[in-house]
Design a protein around this ligand. Structure first.
Ligand code: ADP
Ligand code: MG
Length: 238
């Protein structure tokens, strides 16, 4: 069963059609990567799945439930952005638990979830620090921690590593795949970086100008590109 499915989803901003009509099936438990050039509509699509953007047409289902008209907090998703605005005056612990505290979850539950997230992300030594005293990679882990404690069925990542330097980016890719293996949750990961897409995805979705050019395994897309765009973008000879 598809964990997330889009059927004839459209997005129009005023007179500008960003996504003409798009259908997509994201397998349950997969690490699905949406890749395409800047401006092709990746963030818009992810924000529609998250409910942060309305749809102009079509349906979105998460876990078999029609969520097209459901508010973001009721969709069972958590999103991690490129600019992971942490609260500078709060400790790592309080940043991670902020959403749970807002939802007035019991203290014992909050404590347990923060401890588990910190263990998974190796943030235990830093729980009492402020974000200013962390490295870029540690800050990004705190942002991921905020998503983990919500126990989402689906994680949405919008270019989460693009603010990091190349070495750290490589390290964080490994950590994210490790997280995926540990949690087993469905992850949808947006990037404009072909190498990132090819090395991380178990399903890769190549987008161009609001449409899906091709979707499949990385090997399939690399070996059998179905359009000149895919061949050029992924960079395999034809
Ligand atoms: P990507 O994430 O692939 O770089 P985006 O989804 O951010 O692309 O943007 C796709 C297109 O939609 C761009 O042409 C962008 O200008 C347009 N767009 C995005 N958000 C809005 C908005 N709120 N209002 C009008 N146009 C928008
Ligand atoms: Mg974007």
């Amino acid at each position: 069963m598809a964990e997330v499915s889009l059927a004839d989803t459209r997005k129009v901003f005023g007179t500008h059609t960003v996504i003409p009509e798009l259908s997509l099936s994201v397998p349950d438990g997969s690490f699905t990567v949406l890749v395409g050039p800047s401006g092709c509509g990746k963030s818009t699509l992810l924000r529609m799945i998250a409910g942060l953007e309305t749809t102009s047409g079509g349906r979105i289902e998460i876990g078999g439930r029609d969520v097209t008209a459901v508010t973001p907090s009721q969709r069972g998703i958590a999103m991690v952005f490129q600019s992971y605005a942490l609260y500078p005056h709060m400790s790592v612990r309080d940043n991670i638990s902020f959403g749970l505290r807002l939802a007035r979850r019991p203290a014992a539950e909050i404590d347990g979830k923060v401890r588990r997230a910190a263990e998974i992300l190796q943030l235990e030594p830093y729980l009492d620090r402020k974000p200013a005293a962390l490295s870029g990679g540690q800050r990004q882990r705190v942002a991921i921690g905020r998503a983990i404690v919500r126990d989402p069925g689906v994680f949405l990542f919008d270019e989460p590593l693009s603010n990091l330097d190349a070495a750290l980016r490589g390290q964080m890719r490994i950590e994210l795949l490790d997280l995926h293996r540990r949690l087993g949750s469905t992850m949808i990961y947006v990037t404009h970086d072909q190498v990132e897409a090819m090395t991380m995805a178990d399903k890769i979705v190549v987008m161009n100008a609001g449409r899906i050019e091709q979707a499949g395994s990385p090997l399939d897309v690399f070996d059998r590109p179905q359009s000149p765009f895919v061949a050029g973008f992924i960079g395999s000879p034809r």
